[in-house]
Ligand binder design. Structure first.
Ligand SMILES: [Zn+2]
Length: 447
């Protein structure tokens, strides 16, 4: 028997044909989509029916690169000399924060960030956490928050050797520990992967070791790559290679590797990325915030490189990130055709799934796939919402606040804007208390 039917919706499937179905229905059974179309056959009375008349039905958004804990620095009045470049941003802002993080901060920040994802329609994300004083066991605390929220996450500790080699080994051990643990619990919505901070903070040995482990456990690897010039200069100076060339020489690259950012990459490096079927997570809003430059995304798309959309821990509303990706490359290339509305949407859905090898399970609404579905109420849209206009509206009109219902694996986590898994007031209270303490540690506010 069908558990759930969503009927009368304007369905944006994000399937290969980019099918858009007016007055369409989706049938869900045991957490998966069993039927989708203008008319679907349903035997017996479904347990639940949602009338999506006048609403948009689409796959849950996928955030390909985030740092849940970074939400804690939002608005922090840090008393630091204003950084003049990306290296100083890392040294003066992020690295002191990393060192101040505790396991409970990791939990509280994950919870509030997941709340942000739920409310704005993101149902899967890939996160890396960094905190040298909260390594062992931290992934269990982050996973607990994700499980509580009801959405899906791929999580990792961000291994780095910026202080000691032992720290890199310990971070990698935490990933291995969590991956082994998760393998036993196959039903979990939270998966593991290997995270490496960036090539300029790790040795050749660590790159090779992580590659070996990822192949052994069959999980993805993610690494910040040529986000700022520091990565490029470091590799030039020490290895006589550009960043992607060095990663390739170390044997790291492949279809299971997601390179975050790829701002400072040239055509030769793009050829390597394409040839090795390596994936890219684009973070337009964070790249703007950190003033690192503009990644050649339009070129990557024209080459057939898989590009997903991330927020890098900055703005958790996926629709804002979609809009940023849609706009940024137009100004960069002075070409309004640079990224189409459909390409921008694909980055936040099916391509995101592709990045982590989940394209047969998630990223589009098709029979057989997991039922991660969002329903959007475009009540305030100023012009008609029709099959011909809906993609334009999703990119130019809709915000996360228009997301009304969020379903993950057939189970609603938000229904008509009512949160079903998290207590918003309590989550905000816990997060603010933990963030206040962290700000005190960082000297941003008085005790
Ligand atoms: Zn990042």
């Amino acid at each position: 028997m069908v558990d759930l039917v969503i009927k009368n919706g304007l369905i944006v499937t994000m399937d290969k044909e980019h099918r858009i179905i007016a007055n369409g229905s989706v049938g869900v059974e045991d957490g998966r989509i069993v039927s989708i179309g203008r008319r679907i056959k349903v035997e017996g009375k479904p347990e639940e029916t949602i009338d999506a008349k006048g609403k948009i039905v689409m796959p849950g958004l996928i955030c390909s690169h985030t740092h849940l804990y970074r939400g804690f620095l939002r608005g922090a009045p840090l008393k630091i000399e204003p950084p003049t470049d990306f290296s100083q941003i890392l040294q003066r802002t992020w690295w002191p924060m990393d060192e101040a993080m505790t396991r409970e901060d990791a939990y509280a920040s994950a919870l509030i960030s997941c709340l942000g994802f739920v409310k704005t329609g993101t149902t899967l994300f890939a996160d890396t956490f960094s905190g040298p004083n909260a390594i062992t066991g931290v992934l269990d605390r982050i996973a607990a928050a994700v499980e509580q929220s009801g959405i899906r996450g791929i999580i990792a500790f961000e291994a780095t050797e910026r202080r000691t080699h032992a720290e890199g080994a310990k971070g990698t051990r935490e990933n291995e520990r969590y991956i082994r643990k998760i393998k036993k619990e196959r039903t979990s919505r939270v998966r593991g992967m290997f995270g490496i901070h960036a090539s300029f903070t790790v040795s050749e040995e660590l790159l090779r070791y992580v590659r070996e482990l990822a192949s052994r456990y069959k999980v993805p690897i993610t690494i910040h790559t040529s986000e700022g010039l520091v990565d490029l200069y470091h590799n030039y100076e020490r290895f006589g290679r550009r960043t992607v060339e060095r990663l390739c020489d170390a044997g790291l690259l492949g279809a299971d590797v997601v390179l975050a950012h790829c701002v400072q990459v040239n055509d030769d490096e793009l050829d390597i990325i394409k040839r090795t079927n390596t994936k890219v997570a684009h973070n337009p809003m964070s790249d703007m915030l950190n003033a690192v430059g503009i990644a050649p995304i339009a070129k990557m798309l024209s080459m057939g490189i898989s590009v997903g959309l991330g927020n890098d821990g900055y703005i958790f509303d996926g629709f804002e990130n979609i809009r940023a990706a849609f706009l940024l490359h137009k100004i960069a290339l002075r070409d309004p055709r640079a990224i189409s509305p459909m390409e921008a949407l694909e980055m936040a859905t099916i391509r995101g799934a592709e990045l982590y090898g989940l394209e047969n399970e998630l990223g589009s609404l098709e029979a057989g796939k997991l039922a991660d579905i969002i329903i959007i109420d475009p009540a305030t849209a100023p012009t008609p919402i029709r099959p011909e206009s809906v993609v334009g509206h999703l990119v130019n009109t809709i915000t996360g606040n228009d997301v009304e219902t969020v379903i993950v694996g057939g189970t609603a986590v938000m229904r008509e804007r009512k949160l079903l898994t998290l207590d918003e007031q309590e989550t905000v209270k816990v997060a603010r208390k933990a963030a206040e303490k962290l700000w005190q540690k960082l000297g941003a506010i008085r005790r």
